[in-house]
Write a protein that binds this ligand. Structure first.
Ligand SMILES: Nc1nc2c(ncn2[C@@H]2O[C@H](COP(=O)(O)OP(=O)(O)OP(=O)(O)O)[C@@H](O)[C@H]2O)c(=O)[nH]1
Ligand SMILES: [Mg+2]
Length: 321
C-alpha cells in the first residue's frame, strides 16, 4: 500500500503525511486501548521497521532526561529526526532550553524534527512494553529516524523495554553507592552501554573504571561487551562518544546476524501473546455463560467431582482442543 492508497484508513494516511495532531490522537487511543485504533495500527505496520529504538534507563535523577535533550541536539546536528517517549509522566524533559527547568514533555516542539510524548507507567493492560512498542511503531511510521525511550529505574519496566529497544543505555552517576546493588540485581543485564553522567562532578573516572571491570567479567551470550562512556549533560561533553557507543552496539547486531534473530524472536513472542490474550478473552466469556457450568458446579459442591475434572469436562463440552 502506498501513502495515497484509498485502502488506508484516513488516520493512517494522515500519520504518513506527518500530521502531528493525528499522531497524538492515535497515541492516546493506543494508551487507552481503544479498539477503534486497530485498523490504523494494522495499516501502518508495513511502514515500520526503519527507526532505531534506544532505551535510556537508570535510577531516579541521574540525568536521563537532560541527556536525552543533548543527545537530541547531537542527532539533529547529524540531520536525524527524533521521537522521544518518557515512560512515566513524573519524568519530564527540559526541552533543551534550560537544564533542570522541568517541563512536562507533552509540549509541542518548535522543531518539526522532534516529537515528545510521556506515558504513565501504570494501568496498561498487556503491559507497558506492549504499549511502548505500539507507540514507537507509530513514531517509526510517522518517519522519525530515532526513537528514544526513557524509563525510570524500576527494574521490571527497564527489562521489559529491552524487548522494544535494540540498544539499551543505563545511566549512572559518579558516586554509584547503592545503585551498584540494583545493578547487580538487574540493570547490569540490560545495559549494552553504560553512561556515567554528571562527569563534571568528581569520581567519574573511578565509577567508569569499576563499570569497565564489571563489564569485562560479564559473560553475555550475545558476545557483546558493554561499553562504558563518561558524559555530562550540563557540560555537554561525551555526547558524541555516547552516540558512537550506541552505534557500535547496533553494528554488532548487524555483523553477527543478531538483529534478525532477535527481531524474529520478539515478533514470535508478540504474536503468541496477542493470540493468547484474544483466546482468554473469548473463552472466559463463553465458559462463564455455559449451561454445563451450573451442573458441574453442583457436582463439585457436593464433592462428587473435583474442580480439575470439572474444568476438563467444561472445556470438552465447548469443543476445546
Ligand atoms: N552536575 C550535573 N547535573 C546534572 C547533569 N545532568 C543532569 N543533571 C541534574 O540532575 C537533575 C536530574 O536531572 P534529570 O535529567 O531530570 O534526571 P532524570 O534521570 O531524567 O530524572 P528522573 O526522570 O526523575 O528519574 C537535574 O537537576 C539536572 O540539572 C550533569 O551532567 N551534571
Ligand atoms: Mg527524567
Amino acid at each position: 500500500m502506498t501513502v495515497g492508497s484509498p485502502a488506508l484508513p484516513p488516520a493512517a494516511r494522515r500519520i504518513l503525511r506527518h500530521d502531528r495532531g493525528e499522531l497524538a490522537r492515535t497515541i492516546s487511543a493506543v494508551e487507552n486501548h481503544d479498539p477503534r485504533v486497530l485498523p490504523t495500527i494494522r495499516a501502518l505496520y508495513p511502514h515500520t521497521g526503519h527507526a532505531l529504538v534506544v532505551g535510556i534507563a537508570g535510577p531516579l535523577g541521574v540525568g536521563k532526561s537532560s541527556l536525552i535533550n543533548v543527545i537530541l541536539e547531537h542527532l539533529r546536528s547529524l540531520g536525524k529526526t527524533v521521537g522521544v517517549i518518557g515512560v512515566d509522566p513524573s519524568s519530564p524533559f527540559s526541552g533543551g532550553s534550560v537544564l533542570g527547568d522541568r517541563i512536562r514533555i507533552d509540549r509541542p516542539s518548535k522543531d518539526d524534527g522532534v516529537y515528545f510524548r510521556s506515558m504513565a507507567s501504570r494501568g496498561h493492560a498487556g503491559g507497558i512494553a506492549a504499549t511502548t512498542r505500539e507507540v514507537s511503531r507509530l513514531l517509526d511510521a510517522f518517519g522519525f529516524n530515532v526513537v528514544l525511550v526513557e524509563t525510570v529505574g524500576s527494574g521490571q519496566v527497564d527489562v521489559e523495554i529491552r524487548q522494544v529497544a535494540s540498544t539499551s543505555v543505563v545511566v549512572l552517576v559518579p558516586h554509584l553507592g547503592d545503585e551498584v546493588q540494583s545493578l547487580k540485581a538487574g540493570l547490569f543485564e540490560i545495559a549494552d552501554v553504560f553512561c556515567v553522567n554528571k562527569a563534571d562532578l568528581p569520581g567519574a573516572d573511578g565509577a567508569a573504571r569499576y563499570l569497565q571491570e564489571m563489564a569485562g567479567l560479564a559473560l553475555r551470550a550475545d558476545g557483546w561487551r558493554p561499553k562504558v562512556v563518561q558524559a555530562s549533560a550540563v557540560a555537554r561533553s561525551g555526547i558524541a562518544q555516547l552516540w558512537d557507543a550506541i552505534e557500535a552496539h547496533e553494528a554488532h547486531l548487524d555483523s553477527t546476524g543478531q538483529r534478525a534473530s532477535a527481531q524474529r524472536a520478539r515478533l514470535k513472542a508478540e504474536i503468541v501473546e496477542l493470540a493468547r490474550e484474544a483466546l482468554v478473552e473469548r473463552w472466559s466469556d463463553r465458559l462463564s455463560r455455559n449451561a454445563e457450568l451450573g451442573r458441574l458446579l453442583d457436582q463439585v459442591e457436593s464433592r462428587q467431582v473435583d474442580p480439575h475434572t470439572a474444568a476438563d469436562r467444561l472445556l470438552r463440552k465447548l469443543g476445546s482442543p
